[in-house]
Ligand binder design. Structure first.
Ligand SMILES: [Zn+2]
Length: 409
């Protein structure tokens, strides 16, 4: 179908409506999105609805401007036989969407059209974290304004923004229980952002958005069940079960970094003791090194370890063993077919080392079956933002179609 490689094409089907017509709209819309371009008769086959339903729903979606008709490619067999079939596709211009991720040291953002085609990206450095919600809001606005300007668009044209943050985030109500980016607990950050800017925000834990990105265009594309471990300043996890992200009862499940690995252990940024992150997060390594007089950043500490410095080596070695133990526990819990260790070109590379992975393989429950596959996926820092954009496209689609249902009722 000749789709650009950087286009976001596969989506979690999020049909949970009581209204069967809305269900049909969502389903048919998703079928079009996943196919790229598709004829009405083929949608009926894929979505398992009647051709009459497809025709009726397609007319609604066309009227709403969410999809458009396209002529078939000139060289298809149908054209040669002289009975070309018109295809349907998502209308890229329908909505302008942004995805962004707030990290400790920068905000990254991408601008995409409604088909998921990247239009621009932008990175804004953050001088200090944690920050008050009002300052985060101002930085988000600044990032989005610059992002839109790069594509010659205005901030007000955005239809929705997906936003990833580290920490304990309730995605269902855009609420942050705790994040290393915020200087307060229990922040209605979604409400603060929406009070400042005229479009909806869709917030999620950053690791969940990476899981979404892996599912849509990464190593999880062919897997219905997998676990993603993200390694950045801290350690995160996303769980995909039956093609859906598992979020837990309060929206803050899968907190791998805050699983306990030591009774009365080291202090974690979250306020509790003995968390995995308090042993493997970059701040934890630097804290340990500082006790022994090391000054400088993680790269300097890593260089020292590579040069054979005993203390530096022992710090990384312990972190590696702690990480391996945590990963073994995750595998023993879930027995996932696939574990993806996912991250940017990182300072925490040592956690991916062969020794660590061998330790994991040796410590998971041993049965006469192959060990779970562990894949390392390093990507550019736009992956987080891409996952956030995909999440926002999904959410804006659902909202728009829901609105259509209300207007029709
Ligand atoms: Zn913690």
């Amino acid at each position: 179908m000749g789709m650009p490689k950087d286009r976001i094409t596969h989506f979690e089907t999020s049909v949970q409506s009581q209204d069967p017509r809305e269900g049909n709209r969502q389903q048919i819309f998703e079928a079009i999105r996943q196919a790229g371009r598709i004829a009405r008769i083929d949608i009926a086959k894929i979505a398992q609805v009647s051709p009459a339903t497809v025709t009726a729903v397609a007319t609604e979606l066309l009227t709403a401007g969410l999809i458009e008709e396209v002529e078939p490619d000139g060289d298809t067999e149908q054209v040669r036989r002289g009975r070309p079939r018109v295809s349907l596709k998502i209308r890229g211009d329908a909505h302008l969407i942004a995805g962004m991720k707030i990290a400790d040291r920068h905000i990254t953002a991408i601008l995409v059209d409604f088909e998921g085609t990247t239009l621009a990206d932008h990175t804004l450095p953050i001088v200090s974290a944690p920050l008050p919600a009002a300052e985060i809001t101002a930085l988000v606005r600044q990032t989005l304004t610059a992002l839109c300007a790069k594509a010659g668009r205005a901030l007000e044209e955005l239809a929705g923004v997906g936003l990833g943050m580290a920490g304990l985030v309730d995605a269902t109500r855009n609420f942050v229980y705790w994040s290393p980016s915020l200087d307060q607990r229990n922040v209605e950050i979604g409400a603060a952002l929406e009070a400042d800017m005229p479009f909806p925000f869709f917030l999620d834990n950053d690791a969940n958005l990476v899981a979404k990105a892996e599912q849509l265009f990464g190593k999880g594309r062919d897997a219905s069940d997998f676990i993603v471990i993200t390694i950045e300043q801290g350690v995160g996890m996303g769980i995909v079960i039956d093609n859906r992200i598992y979020r837990g009862g309060r929206g803050c499940g899968a907190e791998f970094g805050h699983t306990k690995v030591q009774l009365d252990g080291a202090m974690c940024r979250c306020g509790q003791r003995g968390c995995l992150e308090a042993y493997v997060g970059d701040y934890a390594l630097l804290r340990e090194a500082a006790v022994h007089g090391h000054k400088g950043d993680l790269a300097a500490l890593y260089a020292r370890a590579k040069d054979g410095d005993k203390l530096a080596k022992s710090i990384f070695d312990r972190a590696g063993r702690m990480f391996a133990m945590g990963l073994v526990n995750v595998i023993n819990f879930f027995d996932p077919g696939l574990v993806i260790l996912s991250g940017e070109q990182m300072a925490l590379d040592f956690l991916y080392e062969k020794e660590v992975l061998e330790k994991v393989q040796a410590s998971v429950v041993q049965v006469d079956a192959p060990l779970p596959e562990i894949q390392v996926h390093k990507w550019g820092d736009l992956m987080w933002a891409k996952g956030a954009a995909a999440y926002a496209i999904e959410a804006v689609s659902t909202q728009t179609i829901r609105k259509m249902a209300r207007n029709a009722a």
